[in-house]
Design a protein around this ligand. Structure first.
Ligand code: PRP
Length: 183
């Protein structure tokens, strides 16, 4: 669905489907060049990254395998706890691999910070991050992110994989959720 289909639930479209598509082509061209001749493994972080992984991986010209992690950063009840639990681990041994983590969004940065440390400890040859969206003002830790799609304000955004109570992931655009939906 598009933003117009849920217009009463959103206040503003931040990034359109067309802008996302153009950005993915641009980042894919950089990744193709940067990883030429290297053993690249794409790792998506469930569930938010499913859309960006699907479209980004198909924009690449190399046959990069993909794997998935599911983590929960809520831990002791707050998102800012930094306690990350693995709900689904990788199926792949990443020793010696060049890992590119594909994320929908960096908010506080705590999830990715933990993942970077974890993957490095498993002996990956390199670990880099592609995040489609980043909220710079929400950062609690700085995450070295080589590829960023769009910097956005600290608003409650949904769409293109991002949810509110599991809804709106199938919205093609990224939009700010209207407060009446969640308050
Ligand atoms: C979101 C997002 C990132 C994480 C970013 O996932 O997909 O993984 O939060 O937040 P952080 O930078 O503050 O750590 P979420 O835990 O909402 O799960 P989901 O992807 O299944 O919706």
């Amino acid at each position: 669905m598009r933003a117009a289909d849920v217009s009463s639930d959103i206040t503003e479209v931040l990034v359109t489907e067309e802008q996302i598509s153009a950005k993915l082509e641009e980042v894919a061209a950089r990744v193709d060049a940067d990883y030429e001749g290297k053993d690249l493994l794409l790792v998506g972080v469930l569930k938010g990254a499913i859309m960006v992984m699907a479209d980004f991986s198909r924009a690449l010209k190399v046959t990069a395998p993909m794997d998935w992690m599911a983590v929960s950063s809520y831990g002791a009840g707050t998102k800012s706890s930094g306690v990350v639990q693995i709900r689904k681990d990788l199926d792949t041994d990443i020793l010696g691999k060049h890992v590119l983590i594909v994320e929908d969004i960096i908010d506080s940065g705590l999830t990715l910070s933990w993942l970077l440390e974890n993957f490095t400890a498993r002996g990956a040859a390199s670990v880099e991050v592609f995040a489609l969206l980043r909220k710079p003002e929400a950062a609690k830790v700085e995450v070295p992110c080589k590829y960023v799609g769009f910097d956005i304000p600290t608003e409650f955004v949904v769409g293109y994989g991002l949810d509110y109570a599991e809804r709106y992931r199938n919205l093609r655009d990224v939009a700010i959720l209207a407060p009446h939906v969640y308050s």
